[in-house]
Design a protein around this ligand. Structure first.
Ligand code: SF4
Length: 416
């Protein structure tokens, strides 16, 4: 196997500080995040505030990871000054901006800020990639439509760092060229507002010869309707590259990007850990089908809509569409309660149960902005020096636990 000397970076999404910490703890080489404007999750809650950015940057630098800020929506005239202000105000906290609009590229260049060209640009060939390099980009995130052979060729010919998505949700539409949400709701996917109508099931309703709904035949009081099936016909399965991650590394991709800035911390932790382990194994020679299967099982425990290999191996067929409108996760997460206290010297957590009962032997996760995600099997529970088998709603219990913090949220993970 002919591997480039430098391991590909594992680039994790972060929608909040808990996700960011989970990503760093899981071995991310870089994280990407947005600030609530000019990015592809602009209308979601998965954004950092300007006040949080210095802390996010501090944590990344301490962990030896890079921080990329997304500024990749289509820009309109009245937004240019805001983008420039954002770049100037934040560049000292940011290793690179992820942009797609030519105006954002020029602003970054004039401000002396490094920038990567977003997949929203749909860069799909080496000449376009080289042109972006000449325009000052230090990296290009290729369109998801490129096959692995095309990616390898672009890496070889373009002379610019290449990043590709390796995991997470995919669009049925060509990278960043979808108007379904805009058509249905007036909310543009290209402005970070996608309402994901592609994930729904659809009915076909008969119309009259002028295209108006309501072609009612004799004997009916409503137009005939047919369900389009047998599944959610436009909802693509998630991409999972774990079975062929060695081939991606060999292709010379500099950065493996995990989709999902709106995903929860356990998704960020599980996916980052899986790709970290996979890449490390590729480089130490221990990667193989058994490990790929194990890691695929790990990532199927968090949000996903079934898995496919995306477009890396060619054009998709019907088997690349899911019939799951929601998550196909093998695990159900239930809220247990909060960490009421943590005794640092003893390494003991006290948990106040507010919802689902806590039992010895449960698999739990504890989430917090400083804690990230801590997962453990619950050791024997105690209350007032007595061993107890469980704690129900309104009760508390203590148990040995890695460092967590007061106020952290506690969840249990039950197999489906
Ligand atoms: S509607 Fe679906 S295909 Fe279109 S941008 Fe949104 S998620 Fe992607």
């Amino acid at each position: 196997m002919n591997l480039p000397p430098r391991k590909p970076e594992i680039l994790a999404p972060a929608g909040d500080m808990t996700c960011l910490q989970a990503a760093l703890d899981a071995g991310a080489g870089a994280v990407y995040l947005g600030l609530g404007a000019f990015n592809m999750r602009a209308r979601s809650s998965a954004n950092f505030s300007a006040e949080e950015l210095p802390e996010a940057s501090r944590r990344c630098r301490e962990a030896g990871a890079r921080l990329y800020l997304t500024l990749n929506s289509i820009l309109f005239e009245g937004e240019l000054a805001g983008v420039e202000r954002t770049v100037r105000d934040t560049r000292r906290f940011v290793d690179a901006f992820i942009v797609s609009d030519l105006a954002a590229m020029r602003i970054c260049r004039e401000c002396g800020a490094a920038f990567h060209v977003s997949t929203q640009m749909s860069c799909s060939n080496s000449v376009a990639a080289a042109a972006l390099r000449e325009m000052g980009a230090s990296r290009v995130v290729l369109a998801r439509e490129c096959t692995l052979a095309e990616v390898a060729e672009i890496v070889r010919k373009s002379g610019i760092e290449v990043e590709t998505f390796v995991h997470g949700a995919q669009c049925v539409a060509v990278s960043g060229r979808c108007f379904l949400s805009h058509h249905a709701y007036g909310k543009s996917a290209n402005r970070g507002e996608c309402r994901q109508p592609c994930r729904r099931e659809f009915l076909v309703t008969a119309v009259d010869r002028y295209g108006r709904p309501g072609a009612v035949d004799a004997g009916r009081d409503s137009p005939p309707e047919f369900s389009v099936g047998p599944h959610t016909v436009m909802s693509a399965k998630d991409l999972c590259s774990l079975p062929f991650v060695d081939k991606l590394a060999e292709a010379g991709i500099a950065s493996f990007k995990i989709e999902g800035r709106a995903r929860n911390p356990e998704y960020v932790r599980a996916t980052t850990l899986a790709y970290r382990r996979a890449v490390d194994a590729v480089y130490d020679g221990s990667f193989g089908a058994a490990l790929a299967e194990e890691l695929q099982r790990d990532v199927s425990r968090v949000f996903h809509r079934e898995f496919s290999s995306g477009l890396f191996h060619g054009r998709p067929g019907a088997d690349q569409f899911t019939d799951k409108e929601d998550s196909a996760s093998a695990v159900v997460k239930r809220h247990v309660g909060i960490v009421a206290d943590y005794f640092v010297k003893a390494g003991i957590a006290q948990v106040q149960v507010q919802d689902a009962a806590l039992r010895t032997g449960d698999t739990i996760q504890i989430h917090g902005a400083s804690t990230g995600v801590v997962e453990l099997k619950v050791p024997p529970l105690r209350r007032d020096d007595l061993e107890i088998a469980s704690a129900g709603r309104g009760e508390w219990a203590t148990f040995p636990c890695p460092r967590v913090r007061r106020g952290d949220k506690v969840f249990k993970l039950d197999e489906r």
